[in-house]
Design a protein around this ligand. Structure first.
Ligand code: ADP
Ligand code: MG
Length: 655
């Protein structure tokens, strides 16, 4: 019954007033009332029966019409007073309503009020569901437990749970419906924030098992090894990390930094701290290419200082992997960089003190948890180029400390972006040619939505062939796609990095983290097929050196949304602006595929619309946790029960 009455309306129809039949116009959905006339049944051809009953209210008459539904009129008798609702249509000069909703009883459920419209599944019908809920909601809603403390209800002037549910289903007016909605939305957000607050409390009470030796000049010794001066932002975040390591609770930090802002150096610093204190560190990246790249960079920087580095990836031979497993278990490796292979069974660490997850939005929550569980309460640093808007960050990462790299390394030139229609491809190709003649390199991205898709891999191969033989015969053109083996991919990347190829045609496998500073030109073909966040990520592959960079998004918009995306990507360069726009276009549910990664779904709350409620919920949750951390107060008893009863889905999110 609880599930049934919490099956909430999707929208409402205002059927409070009846329209005089004489004033009906074709095209509108209307609610009318009147007296039924006599049923006429026609059979214009075999297999078709039309039932018509005139309905009159003194101002006019309309024909209620049913096709092949003789059962629909069985209970309708001439002279009965009924309410009808449906779309008015005109047929040979006569007004009719096809398959109307009819109500005969005394109780006006389907009309004469604001009527809920429910989402339907299976062959449940709207009218039936309404009838059931019309009696069920008033009976059972008052019995729903009230999770919100009274002091909170009072201070916010929210209706109680039962009243809110009732008024959400069957509102007396729209203002009450709105208040009920806010109250129900608040409850969802508040319970989530309470969970986050409890998580935070638990972790803070769980003391650090691993102690860092911070008396060493950790930062100085690291900066000596860093091949460049850190940006102010990098320096600040490194100090924040030092601060975290000195605290008695493990670090739990989210590092947001736009593509190219230099997150890798920060990860390297954290790994350095772990190493110098005698711990192992693990860095997990979402793709083989990226983990390979991290591995090389970190090895180059840290191995001379005695950090023993290893790599773990799915494409390695079993025997190779086994060797790494053994080295990790006996602590003859200090730093391991890898893909999902890191969280496989069999991977065990002797002294794992730090976990870094790069491009964390590519990982599910569970994966992060599993890696973390391979150590004893290790420090966690998650890094992302996804600039999560504040609302979502609060919801998703309510208990993470957030750092931002809001400064790009010096010498970067802004990337010139442009959206062009396909018809301008000749000019675009000429631009690329000119760049290459000046010694630069270029990426051409093909519209492969799923890198594992065989059909699309073939398309990339064909496209590469055309570009190689017809458009750029004078250059060395290489191809990279997701169906290639790990080693093959890495070979191509290595060759491109070393300048052997001038052009790299790639699917979106290139999207994440790849860093070749001499590649200054990017052409995204069929850009209309990519999401905004993805376009921004792709663009981040250029603009990484001191040469001016360009990114051309080529494609013809096929929808309003895709036109909006193409316009936005050319106009916006800041990742946060891109993210906000993406959120506007797609809505929070779709945002960066968060749904797949366990993002909590709300029945009522809407993260775009309810930012104020989210802040309020967070604030109230913090207050309550501060004043009554174990929820022992009698006014908090039902809240505690509600929290215990909930699946701790959101808790998983932040670990
Ligand atoms: P992202 O934040 O996208 O992961 P990376 O860590 O890959 O960025 O850094 C992008 C590029 O900038 C790399 O080539 C890196 O060596 C370089 N870089 C990072 N920090 C600095 C700095 N402070 N000064 C100069 N170059 C830097
Ligand atoms: Mg990176």
């Amino acid at each position: 019954m609880r599930d049934l009455i919490l099956h909430l309306p999707r929208r409402w129809e205002d059927r409070t007033t009846f329209r005089p039949i004489g004033s009906l116009r074709p095209g509108a959905v209307e609610t009318i009332q009147g007296k039924l006339g006599t049923l006429k049944t026609k059979s214009p051809r075999r297999g078709m029966t039309i039932c018509q009953i005139p309905l009159s209210d003194g101002t006019g008459t309309v024909q209620l019409t049913w096709f092949n539904q003789p059962y629909a009129v069985k209970t309708l008798t001439a002279g009965a007073h009924v309410i009808a609702n449906g779309k008015v249509e005109e047929n040979f000069g006569e007004l009719q309503i096809n398959t109307p909703e009819i109500e005969t009883g005394e109780e006006h459920i389907q009309a004469g009020r604001i009527v809920p419209v429910y989402p339907l599944t299976g062959n449940i019908n709207q009218k039936w569901l309404r009838k059931v809920l019309f009696t069920a909601v008033p009976t059972y809603a008052p019995k729903l437990p009230e999770p919100l403390p009274h002091h909170l209800l009072a201070s916010q002037s929210f209706p109680g749970k039962g009243r809110a549910v009732l008024e959400f289903h069957w509102p007396a007016d729209f203002a009450r419906r709105d208040l009920a909605r806010r109250r129900l939305a608040f409850e969802e957000l508040f319970l989530l924030q309470m969970e986050l607050a409890e998580q935070r409390k638990d972790r803070e009470q769980e003391p650090r098992i691993l102690f860092f030796q911070l008396e060493q000049p950790l930062l100085e010794s690291f900066l000596e090894r860093l091949p460049f001066q850190p940006t102010g932002a990098q320096f600040r975040v490194m100090q924040q990390i030092l601060g975290d390591l000195a605290r008695p609770v493990p670090m739990n930090r989210l590092l947001q930094g736009d593509v190219g802002s230099g997150k890798t150096a920060v990860a390297a610093f954290a790994a350095w701290c772990a190493f110098r204190s005698g711990f192992q560190a693990a860095i997990m990246a979402p793709t083989e290419i990226l983990s390979e790249q991290h591995f090389h960079k970190l090895q180059e920087m840290l191995e001379p200082a005695g950090v023993r580095c290893a790599r773990l990836s799915g494409s390695q031979k079993k025997s190779e992997k086994k060797k790494v497993y053994a080295a990790l278990a006996e602590h003859s490796v200090d730093l391991v960089v890898g893909t999902h292979a890191l969280i496989q069974e069999g991977v065990e660490f002797a002294r794992l003190g730090l976990v870094v997850v790069d491009e964390q939005h590519k990982f599910g929550v569970m994966q992060r948890t599993v890696l973390r569980q391979k150590g004893h309460n290790p420090d966690l640093l998650v890094m992302t180029a996804t600039p999560i808007p504040r609302t979502l960050a609060l919801t998703l990462y309510g208990d993470l400390e957030v750092s931002r790299l809001d400064e790009l390394p010096p010498g970067r030139q802004p990337i010139q972006s442009e959206s062009v229609p396909f018809s301008e491809r000749r000019r675009v190709y000429d631009d690329i040619r000119r760049q290459i003649q000046e010694g630069r390199q270029a990426y051409i991205i093909c519209p492969l939505v799923e890198e594992t898709d065989k059909v699309e891999a073939t398309a990339a191969v064909e496209e590469a062939e055309v570009l190689r033989t017809r458009v750029f015969p004078e250059f060395s053109v290489a191809l990279l796609h997701g169906r290639m083996k790990g080693a093959e991919k890495e070979k191509v990347m290595q060759e491109f990095r070393s300048g052997l190829h001038q052009i790299l045609i790639s699917t979106t496998v290139i999207e994440v983290g790849v860093d070749v500073p001499n590649a200054t030109h990017m052409l995204v073909q069929d850009a209309n097929r990519f999401g905004l966040a993805q376009l921004h990520q792709l663009r981040g592959r250029v603009g990484r050196g001191r040469h001016a960079s360009r990114c051309i998004f080529m494609g013809d918009a096929k929808s309003e949304d895709s036109a909006r995306r193409l316009k936005a990507i050319a106009r916006l360069s800041d990742g946060f602006d891109v993210a906000e726009e993406d959120l506007q276009i797609r809505g929070p549910g779709d945002f960066y595929g968060l749904r797949q990664s366990g993002f909590p779904e709300f029945k009522v709350a809407d993260l775009l619309r309810d930012q104020d409620l989210l802040e309020l919920a967070r604030h109230q949750a913090e207050n309550i946790m501060r004043e009554d951390p174990h929820l022992e107060h009698s006014d908090h008893r039902t809240l505690r029960q509600a929290l215990e009863g909930r699946q701790l889905r959101s808790a998983e999110l932040v670990h």
